[in-house]
Ligand binder design. Structure first.
Ligand code: AMP
Length: 212
């Protein structure tokens, strides 16, 4: 079984894009707490209603809520997972270890990138409502306007929290939590990093070589 992979990095650093590539090529399962939370909001569930204003501001949802959602959506003894968007802080990192990953093989990979580059990347981000493929209106446009190259679905989505003010807050929240989180995985002896400013295919090569 492949090691579970914990992808760490700022919003917009390419974690989600690379995770989808690993799902397609190596058979990983991808679990993104942001996607799970957005799905709850879309369903209009009680949980969705509780978290929607927090997400709209770019703040973090409570650790317990997100852990519960995560536990209900993965089977770690059966499949190898890519954890994307969780953990966001050291409390969540300890929760992930205690409740899900204790005794399993794992690797944490930090997508290192100059945070000043990120604002433009994120505000231009769009995603496919059907297969989740991620585009960028500046650097990775779909061949046909508003249509997914991969599955043909129409109406690419611009996330509400991908606007300038909210992104600034999300980056600030990231900045506050990142160093302690990296220290957590460094101390556990499972931290690796890659240069996330490289072209998408080169980041993918770096990622695969870390998994060898
Ligand atoms: P993401 O799609 O990972 O950028 O997450 C979008 C938003 O969902 C974040 O800005 C948070 O409000 C919320 N969120 C996602 N994952 C977590 C988490 N692990 N802990 C707390 N809030 C989260």
């Amino acid at each position: 079984m492949l090691p579970h992979l914990i992808v760490l990095g700022a919003p917009g650093s390419g974690k989600g894009t690379q995770a989808l590539k690993l799902v397609d090529t190596l058979g990983y399962k991808h679990v993104s707490t942001g996607d799970l939370l957005r799905a709850e909001i879309k369903k209009g569930s009680e949980l969705g209603q509780k978290v929607s204003s927090i997400i709209a501001k770019g703040d973090l949802v409570s650790d317990e809520i997100v852990l519960e959602l995560l536990k209900n959506n993965c089977e770690v003894t059966k499949y190898s997972y890519i954890f994307d968007g969780f953990p966001r802080n050291t409390v969540q990192a300890a929760m992930l270890e205690d409740h899900l990953l204790k005794g399993t093989k794992k690797l944490a990979v930090y997508f290192k990138l100059d945070l000043d580059l990120l604002l433009q990347r994120i505000v231009n981000r769009r995603s496919c409502p059907s297969c989740g493929e991620i585009y960028n209106l500046q650097s990775k446009k779909p061949a046909k306007d508003d249509t997914c190259d991969k599955c043909g679905a129409q109406g690419l989505v611009h996330r509400k929290d991908d606007n300038e003010d909210v992104v600034k807050n999300r980056l600030e929240v990231f900045r506050e939590n990142n160093e302690p989180l990296l220290a957590f995985y460094k101390n556990a002896g499972v931290l690796a990093e890659l240069d996330a400013s490289l072209a998408e295919k080169d980041v993918f090569e770096s990622l695969k070589s870390l998994l060898k």
